[in-house]
Design a protein around this ligand. Sequence first.
Ligand code: HEC
Ligand code: HEC
Ligand code: HEC
Ligand code: HEC
Length: 413
Amino acid sequence: MREKSQKFIRVNKHSFFAFILAGVTIWLPLKNSWAQEFNVPTNPLKGRFVLEQKGCITCHAVKGDGGDIGPDLGQNKFYGSFLQLAGIMLNHAPEMLSRMRQLDLSYPEFTKTEMMELIAYLYYMRYLGEPGDLYRGKILVKEKNCLACHSIADKGGNLAPAFDKLGKYVSPLYMAQALWNHGPEMEKQIQQMGLKRPKFEKNEIVDLSAYIRKASQSPKIEQVYMSPGNPRKGKTIFKQKGCLDCHTMQGEGNDLGPDLTELDWNISVTEIAGLMWNHGSEMSAIMEEQQLEWPSFTGKEMADLIAYLYFLKFTDQPGDNEKGRNVFTEKGCVNCHGEDALGGEFAPDLSTSKSVVSPIDMAQIMWNHAPVMEERIAEKVMEWPEFSGSEMRDIYAFISSLTSVKKAAKDQR
Ligand code: HEC
Ligand code: HEC
Ligand code: HEC
Ligand code: HEC
C-alpha cells in the first residue's frame, strides 16, 4: 500500500490544524544568483521546540496554547521571507526586553541552527490554512455542482463514486489531487451536461473536504491522514510533470504561463492547489494544442509539489546594497559601527567581519546583540530601529558587499 510507505501523521478532527508536521523535510529553493545558499532544517517542528525552549510561549500562544501577552503566533498569518521574519522579531526586542525584566526572565540568545529552525517554523504557520467549515462545505457541494455526478447520503448523481465512500480523501490535499487527476475527464462531462467547470477560491477545497469527511460512512472518520510535502522532491516533480513546458523557474523553462515566483504566495497549501485547479482549463487547452500529456499525480507528489511552491517565498530575493547603505545610516547602525560600517568606538568594523556569510548569520547576530543595542540606544536617546519590507535584505546586501569589496581588493594585491 502506497500509504504505508509514507510518513503519515495522525490527526483527529479536532486538532486538525494543530501542528502535525513531523517528518517534513524542508528545503529552500534558491535563486542561482543569490549566493548565500542555506538549508532549512529537515523538520519545522523543531522550531516549535525552540519556541518553547527560548520562552517565547511565556508571552505567545500557538493556536491558543501558551501565554497571551503577545499575539497568538498560529493565526495563519504570513509574515514574509526569512529576513522579513528576522526583522519582525528584532523590531519587538525592546518591548520584549522590558516585559522580560518585569517577569524576571532572561533574554534568549540563539545559535544559527536555532534561529533558522524558529524562523522556518514561523514561516510554516500559514501552510495549512484555516480549518474546514462543514457548513460551508455542505453548501459548496451543491454550488460547485459536485452533486450532478457524485452523491452523498443517497442524494445526487450516479455518474461518479459516491462521496460517502471516499473516506480516504479526507485530507484537502488528496482532494486536490483527485480533482486534478480527473480534471480533463470531468471537464468534458461537465460541458456535455451544460454546466460550468467549478473554480475554487480561498478555503473552499478545505471546506469541501471537511464536509465530505464528515459525511463519509467510512469507519475511520475519526482519523485524518495528512501527508505533508517535501519541497525538495517537489522541485523535481515540477520538472518531471512538465510544468517547465510553460513556466519559468530559476532561469529554466518557458513563459507561456506566469512566473510563479512573482505571485503573491500569502496563501495556504490548499489555496495553491485551488489556483492550480483553476488554471487547469486553460492549461489543458494549451496542452491539447501542443499535444502534451496531462500530468497525473499521486497524493504524495501533489503534496511535494505544492510544498515546493509554498516555500518559494522563504528565500530572500537579493537586496540592494546602495539602499542598504542608507538603511544602515537611517537606522542608527552607524552610531556604533561607524560611517560605512568601518568600525566605531563601540562596535566592530563590519567590512572585516568573518561571521556574516549568510542571512542566517546576520539574523542571529543582530538578534543576539539586541540587549547591547538597547543599552546604547537608551544612553544616546535614539529610537529603536524598526525594519520592514526589503530593509533587512538591503542591509544584508550592503554588509556582504563590504566584505566582498575588501576581499577583491586583497585578492588584487
Ligand atoms: C515577554 C513577552 C514576549 C516574549 C518572551 C516574546 N514576545 Fe514576541 N511579542 C510580544 C509582544 C507584546 C508583541 C506585540 C507587540 C510588538 O510587536 O512589539 C510581540 C510580537 C511578536 C511577533 C509579531 C506578531 C504579529 O502577529 O504581529 C512575533 C513574530 C514575535 N513576537 C515572535 C516572538 C518570538 C519568536 C519570541 C521568542 C524568541 C518572542 N516573540 C518572545 C511579547 C513577547
Ligand atoms: C461531470 C461529472 C463530475 C462532476 C461535476 C464532479 N466529478 Fe468528481 N468525479 C467524476 C468522475 C467520473 C470520477 C471518477 C474518475 C475516475 O475514477 O478516474 C470522479 C472522481 C472524484 C474523486 C475521486 C474519487 C475516487 O475514488 O477516485 C473526488 C475526490 C471527486 N471526484 C471530487 C469531486 C468534487 C469535490 C466535485 C465538485 C467540485 C466533483 N468531483 C465534481 C465526475 C465528476
Ligand atoms: C501548457 C502550459 C502549462 C503547463 C504545462 C502548466 N501551466 Fe500553470 N499556467 C499556465 C497558464 C497559461 C497560466 C495562467 C492562466 C491562468 O491562470 O488560467 C498558468 C497558471 C498557473 C498557476 C496559477 C497562477 C495564478 O496566478 O493563479 C499555477 C499555481 C500554476 N500554473 C502551476 C502549474 C504547475 C504546478 C504546473 C505543472 C504541473 C503547471 N502549472 C503546468 C500554463 C501551464
Ligand atoms: C549600540 C551599539 C550598536 C548598534 C546601534 C548596532 N550594533 Fe551591531 N554590534 C555592536 C557590537 C558591540 C557588536 C559586537 C559584539 C556582539 O556581537 O554582540 C556588534 C556586532 C554586529 C555584527 C556582527 C559583526 C561580527 O563580525 O561579528 C553585525 C552584522 C551587526 N552588529 C549589525 C548591526 C546592524 C545592521 C545594526 C543597525 C540595525 C547594528 N549592528 C547596530 C553594537 C551595535
